[in-house]
Design a protein around this ligand. Structure first.
Ligand code: CO8
Length: 260
């Protein structure tokens, strides 16, 4: 029997749980092929629609989050096949449709499409073993799943140019200093830390989580004045929710809130 390309598990939480997706092509360093991206996308959408799940964590193996798109699957691809087959867009952008928070838990290599996948998640928690890079230039191409756009937004032009043009890797400490990852943890604590972060998200109100994610993402799609106006409308709208009443009443009564 062939191994599944992703493994899934529900972890932690009580009312709502953390969905853990493990990329599962360890021998190929989780090189991302079409079938894996289809399965990943389908699972993300299924959990996005599942009220039992409040947050999703995507991880890989100890050695590699993902060492990029599968080079053997695209080595002989022609321009026409890339265009007509909707290469990348067809199943690489599914994650952008997910409204619940998605955390990337990265150990080992996150290269090329692997680094791009991690950057498509809402935030990245890195193990001290993590190594990030966009090495596509070394195989005659450039990043194709957002690397040239998301990397400069995350770490600035100079370091993004450095990584994209030289193809060098940066370690977890450099990635944290540069702002690519939210925190670095010991490799053997990576999943526990990511799930614990997911549990904190599961414990607060669903509507405010969805709106907070939408607002932060808006910062990358709009000018400051438009972004702030968008945030204000979302902020006002939350006063129509039971969660806002419950959250504030509980604070004033010095008790734990019970969100809907
Ligand atoms: N694709 C296919 N197979 C891979 C990949 C990959 N990206 N990375 C590693 N593997 C395979 C190796 O071929 C090897 O297989 P085998 O055991 O059968 O020979 C196995 O994984 C283990 O790899 P290594 O023996 O090379 O392990 P090392 O520890 O010596 O080296 C490295 C690890 C440094 C990570 C090395 O494997 C490497 O450089 N990998 C390629 C990294 C790379 O260039 N990534 C970018 C790929 S292009 C890309 O991602 C474009 C994204 C655009 C969007 C995608 C749209 C689909």
């Amino acid at each position: 029997m062939t191994e599944p390309l992703i493994l899934t598990e529900l972890r932690g939480g009580t009312e709502r749980r953390v969905g853990l997706i493990t990329l599962n092509r360890p021998k190929q360093l989780n090189a991302l092929n079409d079938a894996l991206m289809d399965q990943l996308g389908a699972q993300l959408l299924a959990w996005d629609a599942d009220p039992e799940v409040g947050c999703i964590v995507v991880t890989g193996s100890e050695r590699a989050f993902a060492a990029g798109a599968d080079i053997s699957a695209m080595a002989r691809k022609t321009f026409l096949e890339a265009v007509e087959g909707d290469f990348i867009t067809r199943n690489w952008e599914t994650i952008r449709r997910v409204r619940k928070p998605v955390i990337a838990a990265v150990a080992g290599f996150a290269l090329g499409g692997g680094c791009e996948l991690a950057m498509m998640c809402d935030f990245i928690i890195a193990a001290d073993s993590a190594r990030f890079g966009q090495p596509e230039i070394k195989i005659g191409i450039i990043p194709g799943a957002g690397g040239t756009q998301r990397l400069p937004r995350a770490i600035g032009k100079s370091k993004a140019m450095d990584l994209v043009l030289t193809g060098r890797m940066m370690d977890a400490a450099e990635a944290e200093r540069a702002g690519l990852v939210s925190r670095v943890v010991a490799a053997d604590k990576l999943i526990d830390e990511a799930v614990a972060a997911g549990e904190l998200i599961c414990a607060v109100g669903t509507t405010s989580v969805l709106m907070a994610k939408e607002c932060v993402n808006r910062a990358f799609e709009s000018g400051l004045a438009d972004g702030v106006a968008f945030e204000r409308r979302m902020f006002h709208a939350l006063f129509a929710t039971d969660d806002q009443k419950e959250g504030m009443d509980a604070f004033l009564a010095k008790r734990k809130p019970v969100f809907r």
